[in-house]
Design a binder for this molecule. Structure first.
Ligand SMILES: [Mg+2]
Length: 372
């Protein structure tokens, strides 16, 4: 299964209304796909996260096609982890002089495509290749609630069967508190309310906000401070022993997972197979969390191709928790693959079939591919 080519395919759609996050607004949804072609005719597909910063969708083309593809052409695609390690070794110095996250996210998309090809070659789902399937059905929480009316968005999600919803904060303290109170008031005490700060706060502000947000009984508070500010996380951990913290979507080193898990700095760990270095690394991170008794709630914010990959991680990890489901209006997210992965009654099932178990919709991809 010699590799013939590694290609980056950008699909994008303009949003009817921008999606605000504390680190900036999304005016488009960009989905970075990776296609690995082999001489035997098997094609593997992966996804690289390209949400932020806004120019990332251009950078990723160069990183994958000029930086990584030449390392892989002519190699045996079956050697997934060896090739992952080859990409990591070749780019290691650049993680200091340039961007660790960008490189890890590029490697993620390529590594995922290699797993998909390997699964197709062996007629096995990737989760089986990664060690085995612990479960196939998952309870989801809804994120990406309507930014113009989070209360309405939360109620819509509950109407669709979700028993857990996530709101974003970091838009101004008074507004954040008002939204959190209004959503809790509307959904009642029995629905889990997750809160994501997207690294918005410094330590003093995090202290203030966590103190106030505690009153809405959050299921977890996610990334209150910078992902690698472990000193601040340790202080928050000791000052708020009754608050559960979630962490991990912006971690690009397994040593950081080990540190957070061993020190108990977070309660839920969130490896992202499109970001942290690929599916193998995401499962390594999940196993580190599980070894310390911590559940995993894998992260994904992209198309349903990457969502399928995230489900394979959740299927293969022994101790898992809720699964993230983006419910924002972004039809291309769902349409990129033929299979329907939209949760029913708040539950989603691991797709059947070899590899990732999903079929990229070539017509949709051709129609929405953005060339630059
Ligand atoms: Mg988050």
């Amino acid at each position: 299964m010699r590799i013939k080519g590694v290609h980056y395919v950008l699909c994008r759609m303009e949003l009817a209304a921008p999606i605000p996050l504390s680190c900036g607004s999304l005016t488009h949804r960009n989905f970075g796909l990776v296609r690995v072609e082999t001489e035997g005719g098997i094609t593997g597909w992966g996804e690289t996260s390209i949400n932020f910063p806004p120019w990332t969708y251009r950078e990723r083309a160069a990183t994958i096609e000029e930086g990584l593809a030449p390392l892989l052409e002519g190699e045996d695609a079956s050697d997934v982890l060896r090739l992952r390690d080859k990409m990591v070794a070749a780019t290691r110095p650049f993680t200091r002089m340039w961007s660790e996250g960008a490189i890890a996210q590029a490697i993620s998309g390529v590594e995922m495509a290699l797993w998909d090809a390997r699964g197709k070659e062996l007629s096995q789902p990737v989760a089986s290749l990664l060690g085995g399937i612990c479960r196939k059905e998952f309870d989801c929480y809804a994120t990406g609630l309507r930014a113009d009316d989070p209360v309405r968005g939360a109620l819509d999600a509950i109407n669709d069967g979700y028993r857990a919803v996530k709101i974003r904060v970091g838009f101004g303290d008074d507004k954040d508190i008002a939204v959190a109170r209004a959503v809790r008031e509307a959904i009642g005490p029995d629905i889990a309310l997750l809160i994501d700060a997207n690294q918005a706060f410094d330590l003093p502000r995090a202290r203030k906000m966590i103190g106030l947000l505690g009153e809405v009984d959050p299921y977890w508070i996610e990334e209150p401070v910078l992902s690698d500010d472990f000193e601040a996380q340790a202080r928050l951990r000791s000052e708020f022993p009754d608050i559960a913290f979630a962490w991990g979507e912006n971690a690009f080193r397994l040593s950081h997972y080990r540190h957070v898990a061993e020190k108990g700095l977070a309660d839920y760990l969130m490896p992202d197979p499109c970001r942290g270095g690929g599916m193998g690394t995401a499962l390594d991170a999940a196993r580190i969390a599980n070894a310390e008794g911590l559940p995993v709630s894998a992260h994904h914010y992209g198309s349903d191709l990457g969502f399928a990959a995230m489900l394979h991680i959740m299927a293969a990890c022994e101790r898992s928790d809720l699964v993230l489901r983006d419910v924002a209006a972004a039809p291309l997210r769902d349409d990129i693959v033929v299979e329907d992965l939209v949760p029913v009654g708040g539950k989603v099932t691991l797709p059947d079939g070899p590899g990732l178990g999903v079929t990229p919709d070539e017509k949709v991809i051709a129609a929405t591919q953005f060339k630059f």
